[in-house]
Write a protein that binds this ligand. Structure first.
Ligand code: GLU
Length: 288
């Protein structure tokens, strides 16, 4: 049974990029008779914005999304993450690390891999990686390969501030929720090899992956809450236009303007083809 999900971080209101991710995962699930779940990824508590989770859920509802079952909040799952961490620790896959983010740079140089340097205190827990290539097939982008020792090195699974890393939380929850298909933005493509590696270490199944084109603004920056992507409108005429823009972004050009949100979904649902999503290019859209 197909089971997909949309997993927003509550760091701000829903913007066009997240609408596109929600829409593609929703339509991919529904077109295959599958279930679609919503998970609020509030694991990085300092980045959570008060009220953002509720606002995201209200906006999804307003736009006509219908999810199955209760919304899962990662903030309620710390015990499960701790269990996974213990499992990795028992398998000797982890080591304590004293390095600060500044000391590390892009690829972890292995400073604490064989023990903490003298008089340094442990801060985070890192997962040891190796030189074996991680291979997976992205449903849109095709065969992918990444050697973690060359791209990121040993990576953090529990952070210096005591919080669990996104990579660990997402893998534990995707498995626990029985997710078979992940459809999300290409900004997360570089996380996928780490997640597959974690799945192997934790002996969990891997879902299939599809990474979407990233919505960029007119200056070529990724639309995100950080680059101050505007919230999508939450009143009817404007929202109907936004829905049509998102369909278009995903390779389904509406023949004429829609009258209502209901109308828009009624058009897309029977004709949706995940294969129509543009192959490579991120498109500039008018929302920035
Ligand atoms: N919470 C992540 C984000 O909002 C998405 C995680 C995922 O889809 O795997 O960027």
């Amino acid at each position: 049974m197909y089971r997909g999900r949309f997993a927003p971080s509550p760091t701000g209101p829903l913007h066009f990029g997240s609408l596109v991710a929600a829409m593609a995962s929703y339509l991919d699930a529904r077109s295959q008779g599958g279930e679609w779940l919503v998970r609020i990824e509030d694991v990085d508590t300092p980045r959570n914005q008060p009220g953002a989770a509720d606002s995201i859920l209200r906006t999804l509802e307003f736009y006509g999304f219908e999810w199955d079952g209760p919304v899962l909040y990662q903030s309620s799952r710390f015990e499960a993450y701790q269990c996974a961490l213990e499992k990795l620790r028992r398998a000797r896959a982890l080591f304590p690390c004293a390095c600060s983010r500044k000391e590390v740079g892009e690829i972890y140089p292995g400073t604490c891999r064989n023990g903490l340097p003298p008089s340094r205190e442990p801060r985070s827990w890192r997962l040891r990686v190796d030189d074996d290539p991680i291979r997976f097939n992205d449903r849109r982008l095709g065969a992918q390969e990444e050697v973690l020792s060359e791209s990121v090195g040993d990576f953090v699974v529990k952070r210096a501030n005591g919080l669990f890393a996104y990579q660990l939380a997402v893998v534990v929850d995707d498995c626990w929720q029985g997710i078979t298909d992940v459809v999300r933005g290409s900004d997360l493509l570089t996380s996928t090899a780490r997640q597959i590696y974690l799945q192997t270490k934790l002996q969990l199944p891997s879902p299939s992956y599809l990474h979407l084109p990233v919505a960029i603004d007119r200056t070529g920056d990724k639309l995100s809450k950080q680059t101050k992507a505007q919230p999508i409108p939450t009143s009817e005429p404007a929202a109907v236009v936004t829905l049509a823009e998102a369909f278009e972004f995903l390779g389904h050009t509406p023949p004429q303007p829609f009258h209502s949100i209901k109308d828009a979904w009624a058009w897309i649902k029977p004709i949706w083809e995940t294969g129509n999503i543009p192959a490579v290019r991120a498109r500039s859209i008018s929302h920035a």
